[in-house]
Ligand binder design. Structure first.
Ligand SMILES: [Zn+2]
Length: 84
């Protein structure tokens, strides 16, 4: 009986730590309380180097020629910058 109780407490602690971690992940992704009013869809932009679709929020960007370009990785951004 005591063992069962301890197990329950342990599970609660693990669950709490897990949710705290998830909150941190969501915050890191930019999902702060500011964006509670959830946008209907995430806008995707195309990486001009490899063609991968990325979200502007998480992508690397480069402003050039009056426009902003988004890249999936530092490598693609470097390639794009080197091509010009
Ligand atoms: Zn790319």
């Amino acid at each position: 009986m005591l063992r069962y109780l301890l197990l329950t407490i342990l599970l609660l602690l693990v669950a709490r730590a897990f949710w705290r971690l998830m909150d941190g992940v969501i915050e890191a992704a930019g999902g702060t309380s500011r964006s509670r009013g959830r946008a209907p869809a995430v806008k995707l932009v195309r990486d001009p180097v490899c063609g991968t679709y990325v979200t502007p929020r998480s992508a690397l960007s480069l402003t050039a020629g009056g426009g902003t370009h988004y890249f999936c990785s530092e490598e693609c951004r470097r390639k794009f910058a080197g091509r010009r």
